[in-house]
Ligand binder design. Structure first.
Ligand SMILES: NC(=O)c1ccc[n+]([C@@H]2O[C@H](COP(=O)([O-])OP(=O)(O)OC[C@H]3O[C@@H](n4cnc5c(N)ncnc54)[C@H](O)[C@@H]3O)[C@@H](O)[C@H]2O)c1
Length: 373
């Protein structure tokens, strides 16, 4: 199969869908990899590295889309990219369609098969293609919060780690999944006081075992969220219901009662955000203030570390991308977990939570959801 890797065009995005190492693996499987010239530069891979890996460099995105059948990307396609997609394309990338009806309409109109990294599942019930970027984002969230807490960045002027005799910041993490655990790990490592609010009791048990008393966990109720958010210097939004809009755990009315200059980092912003007052921001202008509370809502946090992130991402996507290249859409009949990544096929929505969020009919062409009703 011809596999295309266009340059990411979302503002501030420097990751690339395939590293040269991954391109080589596709070549060994007998596939032809077409990489847009310069696609890897932001992550530190020049065209020559792809050529050495056996890929072909093509001059522009138009050539990538017109020549390739499988398009491997990182971020959701932008309007210029929807226009290039056709029914013969399989798109393999992050989509985050629930809060983005315009993109959904673009993909539905294209007739393509769109597989969203973030809804591919695994046998353990995890989200294996979301996890590597969640690890990066959870860790970056704490650096970003620590920076934003500083006075010249609009924060209250608090050093996250404190100093001897002066307490560190109180960090409240909403959602103890991959982002939440990585944020908790970084914040606790820096010496902050950390509470993780989670709605899954088994997950809280795991966190309790992992952190061995270094952090607190609390079951997610309205009371618990309110109490902890009002005490916090930093709140990190990391709750997710796969495919759906993020639960709005912090309401506008909470902000006035929070500490002035406290910081909200909404990692869940790509699914619409955990805070009612969140709106997506970019690395170029990451923060804004509402009612004295600084909001950091960068939708592509791992884009700040494109080298680490691209490498970590392809470790997760490579086996499934190879399966798609080897078998085309038949790969979805062979792997129910990959089929759960299918969000759109031939103008129909094929993921139940995405369909619900978008108010569309749901179709299950591969029976991937049959047993879940
Ligand atoms: N902004 C970015 O750059 C970026 C990067 C990576 C991931 N993300 C996003 O971060 C979010 C979290 O991702 P993840 O990989 O950690 O997901 P995950 O599925 O591993 O964890 C989500 C957790 O939220 C919990 N949860 C759900 N509803 C809750 C509620 N009401 N109260 C408390 N907890 C609740 C779940 O039980 C789960 O443990 C996702 O929206 C993901 O897309 C954003």
């Amino acid at each position: 199969m011809r596999v295309g890797v266009p340059t990411e065009i979302k503002p501030g995005e420097y990751r690339v869908g395939l590293t040269p190492t991954a391109a080589r693996e596709y070549g060994v499987h007998g596939h032809q990899v077409l990489v847009q010239s310069g696609a890897g530069l932001g992550a530190g891979y020049d065209d020559a590295a792809y050529v050495r890996a056996g890929a072909q460099i093509v001059p522009d995105a138009e050539t990538v889309f017109s020549a390739a059948e499988l398009i491997v990307k990182v971020k959701e396609p932008q309007a210029a990219e929807w226009a290039r997609l056709q029914p013969r394309h399989i798109l393999f990338t992050y989509l985050h369609l629930a809060p983005d009806p315009a993109q959904a309409e673009g993909l539905l109109a294209s007739g393509c098969a769109a597989i969203a990294y973030e809804t591919v599942t695994d046998k353990a019930g995890g989200l294996p293609l979301l996890a590597p970027m969640s690890e990066v984002a959870g860790r970056i969230a704490v650096f970003s919060a620590a920076e934003t807490l500083l006075k010249h960045n609009g924060g209250m002027g608090l050093l996250l780690c404190g100093v001897p005799g002066v307490p560190p910041a109180r960090v409240c993490v909403l959602g103890g999944g991959v982002v939440g655990a990585n944020a908790a790990r970084m914040a606790a490592g820096l010496g902050a006081e950390v509470v993780v609010i989670e709605r899954s009791v088994p997950r809280m048990r795991e966190l309790d075992d992992i952190f061995m008393g270094r952090i607190r966990t609390r079951y997610s109720t309205l009371d618990a969220v309110e109490e902890e958010v009002l005490l916090a210097d930093v709140v990190i939004g990391a709750a997710l219901i796969p495919g759906a809009n993020a639960p709005k755990l912090v309401r506008r009315e909470h902000l006035k009662r929070m500490k002035p200059g406290s910081v909200l980092v909404d990692v869940s912003i790509d699914q619409g955000g955990c805070f009612e007052t969140s709106r997506p921001t970019t690395h170029a202008a990451p923060t804004y203030v509402v009612d004295g509370v600084v909001h950091y809502c960068v939708a592509n946090m791992p884009g700040a570390a494109p080298r680490t992130s691209s490498e970590a991402l392809v470790h997760a996507t490579l086996p499934l991308g190879l399966a798609l290249a080897d078998h085309g859409l038949d790969a979805l009949t062979l792997d129910r977990h990959l089929a759960q990544g299918l969000n759109i096929l031939s103008g129909q929505v094929t993921h139940p939570a995405v369909a619900k969020a978008l108010g569309k009919a749901f179709h299950d062409p591969y029976g991937a959801w049959a047993e879940q009703g």
